[in-house]
Design a protein around this ligand. Structure first.
Ligand code: GLY
Length: 456
């Protein structure tokens, strides 16, 4: 089976790597791919537009993807990032008769509209914190003033990870509302906002495959969003991840699977928007139980880089089954191992960053080490150079998180580029199973913002 993969990050490199292991895979194409993906797939130079690009640009892009898939006789198109899902690439492929892995536009709204996601959760009793939607600045400010505690201000639309502003006072919340709603800091995505109560607890990422009816859960994963060790510094797209989440109690994990993931997939089917693809609820595990912070309509990044190395089954078979509604016939197995990913970032990231730096040491990693490219390119001499804020996702698997962490950092030490920085505490600290009295395993002495424990 020939496959076209859409996207260019470490998530897509991990997907390409796993698809390559399938005995059913014929040719693999990637649009646009990166230097790492190019070692596994033939790349097609089609850059993915942002969801807020002009409609003519989006239409031209969708037409080009359909043409590229047809020319290459692709029998499946796998859509990695959220932007093409939100502007309906899967719908366009379906109209053209080309099977696709990923939700159609109506179901992808669970990520592309925070307000829609909240309405679905409210209608179907999916646990979440108190929240309200506003498109009027004065009304939003009045709501903030009425809340007893701090709030999180979220842009309604897609904002490339920059759309959730965690505030520590009502003044900060009003500033955030002004930036988004009056000054248009995130363009159209932030003119409508959702204001949520700021929750305390511990974050976890749940992922599941679905064909619209059946649900196959993946192991839980945790990412580290802050730029620097100890959870300090600005938020990033993710500086590393580990899986599983041993601190998550079994009964809480079960509540997430039943009351969040399965209930939401059933809700979308009941509302006429069956969900096919990967559903990824981001959750806060509070003392009162799990609460959804957001839904994502795709694999997480860097969560994918820890999850797919733990998948023992054939990813291509699973993706085909999600697209054609036969997931209940696939036996999906996961390794009992643990995985750790350390993200190597460019100097300056997550602010303005340097690029074009030559990357050394890629050939020196252990034979079983995994290096997924996030932002790389080839220069005129064929050398691998940096081309993004997040550059490489260095992953290792082992029987325990501590062992996987040690292996991953051993390989990190062999890779170099000018300005490279990374966190040294990925998968470190308290990842032990929690005590029965602490639903989320939350360490009551930990500061919000400290390692692994954040308030939204
Ligand atoms: N790691 C969070 C995300 O992919 O949205």
């Amino acid at each position: 089976m020939d496959v076209l993969l859409i996207g260019s990050g470490a998530r897509e490199h991990a997907i390409a790597w796993k698809l390559r292991q399938s005995p059913r895979l014929g040719a693999l194409y990637a649009a646009p791919g990166n230097a790492g993906i190019a070692q596994l797939a033939e790349t097609v130079p089609l850059a993915v537009p942002k969801a807020d690009a002009p409609q003519e640009r989006i239409d031209a892009y969708c037409d080009a993807v359909v043409a590229a898939a047809r020319e290459r006789s692709a029998e499946l198109v796998v859509v990695g990032p959220e932007d093409p899902l939100s502007f309906g690439l899967v719908d366009r492929l379906q109209i053209a008769g080309i099977p696709a892995f990923g939700p159609a536009q109506a179901a992808a709204r669970i990520e592309s509209s925070k307000a829609f996601a909240k309405e679905v959760m409210r209608r179907h009793g999916v646990p979440m914190g108190a929240a309200a939607r506003f498109d009027d600045f004065e009304a939003a400010c009045a709501y903030v003033a009425s809340r007893a505690g701090d709030v999180v201000v979220k842009a309604d639309g897609l904002a490339a990870g920059k759309g959730a502003i965690v505030t520590s006072s009502h003044e900060e919340a009003v500033d955030a509302l002004r930036d988004l709603m009056l000054e248009g800091a995130l363009g159209a995505a932030g003119r409508t906002v959702v204001i949520e109560d700021r929750l305390a607890g511990r974050e976890v990422s749940a992922h599941a495959f679905s064909d619209g009816r059946s649900v196959v859960h993946m192991p839980f994963a945790c990412d580290h969003k802050a730029a620097y060790d100890g959870g300090r510094g600005p938020n990033t797209g993710g500086m590393g991840a580990y899986s599983p989440a041993p601190w998550l109690r079994d009964d809480v994990a079960e509540a997430v699977r039943r009351e969040v993931t399965e209930r939401t997939i059933a809700a979308l089917a009941a509302e006429g928007a069956p969900y096919r693809g990967v559903l990824f609820p981001g959750l806060m595990i509070t003392d009162e139980g799990p609460r959804v912070l957001e839904f994502n309509a795709r694999f997480g990044d860097p969560e994918t880089e820890v999850l797919l190395p733990l998948l023992d089954s054939d990813l291509l078979e699973i993706m085909v089954a999600c697209a054609d509604g036969t997931l209940d016939r696939v036996d999906v197995r996961w390794s009992d191992d643990a995985a750790v990913t350390v993200m190597l970032a460019s100097g300056g990231y997550p602010g303005p960053y340097e690029s074009g730096k030559v990357i050394d040491g890629l050939d020196d990693v252990d034979a079983d080490g995994l290096v997924f490219h996030a932002g790389t390119n080839l220069d005129a001499s064929g050398r691998t150079i940096t081309s993004g804020g997040r550059v490489l996702a260095v992953t290792a698997t082992a029987p325990t998180i501590a062992q996987a962490r040690e292996k991953a950092y051993r390989n990190v030490d062999r890779i170099r580029f000018d300005g490279m920085h990374y966190r040294r505490d990925i998968g470190a600290g308290d990842v032990a199973p929690s005590s029965p009295s602490a639903p989320g395993g939350r360490d009551p002495t930990a500061r919000p913002g400290g390692w692994g424990v954040r308030a939204t």
